[in-house]
Design a protein around this ligand. Structure first.
Ligand code: NAD
Length: 508
């Protein structure tokens, strides 16, 4: 986490959004927010202490009874208005994403569109919350299962999708009748604050959606406070593991999504040009700062590998990189912070030391006149599974090519990696593709699709150390996560039995 610094008075200060209003709480701790394309400080963000976080939890707790009593249809109507408001302010929000994250504007628009799709999914709440009903489970006996809210829910989100990842969580939680405290990333806090303000405008009562900005101190308060019932987390694996174990130890239901190292297998029969185009976007889009980015190309056979590298090289050397707000037609922006850029650069150094072949060395790319956190795209060939650049998540514009002799070795390689978020196979062979989708130990799989992010009405989540907890985000799993099921078995007067029964109840 970045160091706490004193911030100039000349930039806006971002505090918290609690109980339907912006609240200023000065704890003496704040961080700078930067425009990664220029390196300029654009704002400061306050870091909440336990008391401020507690204030947000209390606001959510107080708002709960009235919000639970709102019918699902009327909660959905809030979401319909929210959708319209986001559409109205779409461009403004997209620009804010680019200004604090650095991704190019088209990519920011894509992020917001994917977030908006979750709001659209949440608009279906009355249907999604219908529960289950069985008539005549026994003589004159009916059963129904209802889905009730879990209570105050909290979301802790990463820097790389400041709009979409919070929107994976709170629209679904809210329509299920829960109230919410969001603790967004301290690196790009403006968009989550804006999203909360719009929710009030859409008609959500005060306290239904709150935002506390902060770091470990506020996260630990959310994890341990008895009034928080459920925690959704998205971020790196060590923190996901910590969130999962601490939240569970405090009796909460937890879904904690972690890091990734996503492989794309390129079979000898694949459309190679198509695979190259797909790889470029999937590896270098958003400067590789996507949990579904492809960071490993698994070339099946040396012939495929040689051709792939030959075709990728000039494209990676000439990636259009720049300030996403100032320039048009860009393919990639800067890294989010100087610290992150330095970390990614250190992996580029490491790859060289470990003996990988640097086909394109992003460290050498010059960005004259630019003070932002820019790095060129890097392409490593002859990467081996025991190298750290293969094993660890770099989260930057670095693509590793691993050469394997056959399909079986590709599957074995992918299955033995500690992460299992996303993967893809590029092939024209239906048998191989079908077998791959069955054999592979990864949560989201693409067939000739490089970034297989499920739509809002399916659920998003990885396997292995990319997800702690059984339930994925949004879609059917999102509804299950944010509701408790209760099953009622009822017999009406005609069939009420007399006398006590001491045996296990059956419907006979
Ligand atoms: P991060 O783990 O550093 O931070 C995520 C959140 O946790 C932030 O809100 C941060 O304030 C908080 N946090 C950080 N350190 C903490 C600590 N010690 N105790 C308590 N809370 C702490 O992640 P990041 O750098 O913001 O985001 C990048 C990571 O997120 C990558 O690993 C990426 O793969 C992952 N990610 C995963 C998915 C997914 O769906 N699996 C999606 C997006 C991002």
């Amino acid at each position: 986490m970045s160091q706490v610094r004193t911030v100039s008075e000349s930039v806006p200060h971002i505090y918290h959004y609690i109980n339907g209003q912006k609240v200023e709480r000065d704890t003496g701790r704040s961080l700078e927010v930067h425009n990664p394309a220029s390196g300029e400080v654009t704002a400061s963000v306050a870091l909440a202490d336990a008391a401020t976080t507690r204030e947000a939890i209390q606001a959510a707790k107080d708002a709960l009874p009235a919000w639970q009593a709102v019918t699902p249809l009327n909660r959905a109507r809030v979401m319909f208005r929210y959708k319209a408001l986001i559409e109205k302010h779409f461009e403004e929000i997209a620009q804010l994403i680019t200004r604090e994250h650095g991704k190019v504007i088209e990519d920011a628009r894509g992020e917001l569109t994917r977030g908006l799709e979750i709001v659209e999914f949440a608009c279906g709440a009355p249907h999604l919350l219908k529960g289950e009903h069985s008539l005549n489970v026994g003589g004159s006996v009916d059963s129904h299962s209802m889905m009730q809210p879990v209570g105050v829910c909290a979301g802790i989100t990463p820097f790389n999708f400041p709009a979409m990842v919070p929107m994976w969580m709170f629209p679904v939680a809210l329509v299920c009748g829960n109230t919410f405290v969001l603790k967004p990333s301290e690196k790009d806090p403006s968009v989550p604050m804006y999203l909360a303000e719009l929710m009030k405008e859409a008609g959500a009562p005060d306290g239904v959606l709150n935002v506390v900005n902060g770091d470990k101190e506020s996260v630990d308060t959310l994890l341990t406070d008895p009034d928080v019932s459920a925690i959704s987390f998205v971020g790196s694996t060590p923190i996901a593991e910590y969130i999962y174990s601490t939240g569970c130890a405090h009796g909460k239901r937890v879904q904690a999504l972690g890091g990734a190292k996503n492989h794309m297998a390129i079979m000898p029969d694949a459309d190679l040009d198509g695979a190259v185009e797909a790889l470029l976007g999937a590896a270098y889009g958003s400067a590789g700062e996507r949990c579904m980015a492809i960071s490993v190309a698994v070339a099946v056979g040396d012939e495929v590998a040689d051709k792939l590298v030959e075709k990728l090289k000039p494209r990676v050397e000439n990636l259009k990189i720049g300030d996403g707000l100032a320039e048009k037609g860009l393919e990639m922006g800067p890294l989010v912070t100087r610290e992150h850029m330095d970390k990614v650069r250190s992996y580029m150094d490491l790859g060289e030391q470990e003996g990988a072949t640097a086909v394109v060395d992003g460290r050498k790319r010059e960005f004259q006149g630019k003070n932002g956190y820019f790095l060129g795209g890097t392409l490593f060939d002859h990467v081996k599974p025991d190298m750290r650049i293969y094993k660890e998540e770099i989260f930057g514009p670095v693509l590793c090519v691993v050469r394997v002799p056959d399909y079986e070795s590709a599957v074995k390689l992918i299955n033995e990696h500690e992460f299992g978020n996303g993967t893809a196979i590029f092939t024209r062979d239906g048998d191989a593709a079908r077998q791959f989708t069955t054999d592979i130990q990864v949560g989201m799989v693409g067939v000739n699709v490089p970034i297989p992010v499920p739509m809002a009405f399916h659920s998003f989540g990885g396997w292995k150390r990319s997800l702690f907890g059984p339930l994925h985000m949004h879609g059917p799993d999102g509804i299950r996560f944010y509701t408790k099921m209760k099953t009622v078995t009822a017999r009406w007067p005609k069939g009420v039995r007399s006398g006590s029964a001491f045996t296990m109840p059956t419907m006979e």
